[in-house]
Ligand binder design. Structure first.
Ligand code: NAD
Ligand code: MG
Length: 390
């Protein structure tokens, strides 16, 4: 039996992963499931899958989790140290599906015990790409991309020589506001930003799709994961979300990955890799779809894409600053403290000031330096927001 763990099991990617694993109960031994506030879901899944341990990141919820698991034989644990301990338990395959920079350390723990890391948590690569890739190499294991675009690129590269890759085109739905007049964006509400035209995902990534901060993270993720130059990475708006990415080769050929917008495809590919297996996703009816369309992204509508370019060019720890500032700005938008367009303005200001004032961007990429940079960039984002409010 394959030993598997799911970090962020109660989220959107986590639940899709559980859906696939629960369909083949005899094939998997579930080691750890982790969550945060949704104790009922965590306990229900841990019981159903007979996990060794269930962990909530929220230390204050330990008693609730214990009560929900009473009599099940599943161990209950809580807090950051417990999360890292669970990620460090021997497993063959670990799904990294915590949202935000909080997923970095547990993902590294999983690699350090030698697991293959199925990576949905794009923030890990954005904050610490070189660190996570070198950790995998040092422990003789590897990452598998789960973000749909990166899974698509990965599949397009099977059997190919990286030296023949000319460009990677990452598609974007354009998010909730792609057809809104520019003037209206300023007043976009939380509810409006929290619904995606094509994908059903967690709230944070859905808002990031509307602002294209999600695509910005994905461009940086592409550079880190595939080791290509920033100028080889392109973005195109593709409202149907059926082509997930395209790889362009030196002979002019383009390999596009087409599939339904269902995360179980990318998760299933990573779960069964290098095999392909039957997956419970819809089969596309091309005549019914009739057409696939593309448009150039407007950088005035999506300033996050311009910022991603700056981060890719700057390198070093600028990805950690970018992500941390984005997370704080998103927290503030969700809390109703700032407007939709202010998120990008704040991130840009933090990036500029952090670079000019700290000299930390060029520090060595160690876990400590990344975590400290993340912390300082969050503080700076709060400071920028306080100044703007006052
Ligand atoms: P989600 O919000 O639905 O779930 C997040 C999970 O992380 C939950 O299990 C939650 O309990 C846990 N969590 C939240 N904060 C935590 C913390 N501080 N410490 C430990 N655990 C914490 O998110 P999601 O949409 O499933 O996305 C997860 C990751 O996958 C993100 O990095 C996202 O960008 C990426 N991703 C998601 C999708 C998607 O379809 N949802 C697609 C591609 C990539
Ligand atoms: Mg994606």
């Amino acid at each position: 039996m394959r030993r598997v763990s799911i970090l962020g099991a109660t989220g959107s990617v986590g639940q899709n992963t559980i859906d696939l694993i629960a369909r083949a109960p005899g094939e998997y031994e579930v080691v750890a499931l982790t969550g945060a506030s949704n104790i009922a879901q965590l306990a229900e899944d841990a019981r159903r899958l007979n996990a060794q341990v269930a962990v909530t990141a929220d230390a204050a919820r330990l008693e609730d989790l214990r009560a929900a698991l009473a009599g099940s034989g599943v161990q209950a644990a809580a807090g950051q140290a417990a999360l890292e301990e669970a990620a460090s338990r021997p497993a063959d395959w670990v799904m990294s599906a915590i949202v935000g920079a909080a997923g970095l350390k547990p993902g590294l723990c999983a690699l350090e015990q030698g697991a293959v890391l199925a990576l949905a948590n794009k923030e890990s690569l954005v904050c610490a790409g070189a660190l996570i890739l070198s950790t995998a190499r040092r422990h003789d294991t590897h990452l598998l991309p789960v973000d749909s675009e990166h899974s698509a690129v990965f599949q397009g590269l099977v059997g190919e020589d990286m030296a023949t890759v000319e460009r990677i085109i990452i598609t974007a739905s354009g998010g909730a506001f792609r057809d809104w007049p520019l003037e209206a964006l300023e007043h976009a509400t939380l509810a409006e930003a929290s619904s995606h035209p094509n994908w059903d995902m967690g709230q944070r990534i859905t808002i990031d799709s509307a602002s294209m901060f999600n695509k910005a993270l994905e461009l940086i993720e592409t550079k880190e994961y595939f080791g290509v130059r920033p100028d080889q990475i392109e973005t195109v708006i593709h409202p149907e979300s059926l082509i997930h990415a395209i790889v362009g080769f030196v002979d002019g050929g383009l390999m596009a990955h087409v599939g339904p917008p269902d995360m179980r495809h990318a998760i299933g590919y990573a779960l069964h890799y290098p095999e392909r297996r039957d997956l419970p996703v819809a089969r596309l009816d091309l005549p019914q779809i009739a057409q696939l369309t593309f448009r150039e992204p407007d950088l005035r509508r999506y300033p996050a894409l311009r910022l991603a370019r700056a981060v890719m060019e700057r390198g070093g720890l600028s990805g950690a600053v970018f992500n941390a500032a984005k997370e704080r700005a998103l927290d503030a938008f969700i809390a109703g403290h700032i407007g939709f367009l202010e998120m990008a303005e704040i991130v840009e200001e933090v990036l500029t000031r952090f670079d000019a004032e700290t000299g930390r961007i060029d520090a060595e990429m160690t876990l400590d330096n990344v975590m400290q940079t993340d912390h300082l960039a969050r503080e700076r984002a709060d400071q920028v927001m306080a100044e703007r409010a006052g």
